[in-house]
Design a protein around this ligand. Sequence first.
Ligand SMILES: [Zn+2]
Length: 333
Amino acid sequence: MPRRHLAQTPARTQREPMTTATAEAMADGSGVTGVLITRLLHTVLLAWLFGSAPVYGAPPLADVHVHYKWSQKEVTAAQQAIRILRDNDIALAVVIGTPAEYALELARLAPQTIIPIWSPYREPADWSRWPYDRKVLERARTALAGGEYRGIGELHLIGGFTPDWRTPVISGLLELAHQYRVPLLLHTELSNTGYVIELCSAYPEVRILWAHAGAILSATQVREVMATCPNVSAELSARDPWRFINNPITASDGNLKPAWRSLIETYPDRFMVGSDPVWPVEQLDSWDQADTGWQEYRRFIDFHRNWLAQLRPELAEQIRLGNARRLFAAPSQ
Ligand SMILES: [Zn+2]
């Protein structure tokens, strides 16, 4: 993975909007060769002057659960979001737009980094209404046929609101994921594993990325799902001390809990990490105020970097980057 941050130009001010071409060049490190060389020489000179190796960023990380919502765009412009990703050494970011097109907006600024996936939500009520809206299937098919979206989600199936997965919209989206060979990001928040196991068993060819590893389930319950359905990968976003506070994967000292460590070691190629930058915590339900999740971004990523550092390096690399690269590889790769 190239050290992209070396190609950064100095931070711009708000009054100096970036052109799309500049943003793309910055995002991909493909242009601004002169700036790159100057920065490189500068870094080498500093290292020589101070007798130390150049300081590089943290290891590249794949964030597989990123939102870019209208309530976030109010406080975080697209260019700023891309800069936050770069500042945190994010090599790949799976972005859910609300509305879906917002993910494409980020992808155009940093096509090598952003993986846009298609979300059915356009307005607050869609969050709980989508499984009953037949037009969702039509919209999903059109979006996936366009070729720009590389996944479906995040789909929320929570507690008392959860309809049967055999209903036309849910099963239809699973079939579309199969047809277009894209992963489906599924958020379930149910106290037992029965629903998920039935669903993932019924669609063994659909690659399901399980948001927050079931959100409120124990490591033992998650193990049951992973053992039954080889098509399920799990991501660990929001299993931190601030969001799913009763079900974090770490103890109060920040160490990975033994049951989670053992589970991850059993399935080293099926776990990933994500930021899920939604803030304040209850933001998902309120919708009527600005969401400052992007301003908290570093906190979420550093949480993962901290426990990943406790794993053996090869395992940490798989969870940090390798597994996500494989799951979201372009069809031609
Ligand atoms: Zn989410």
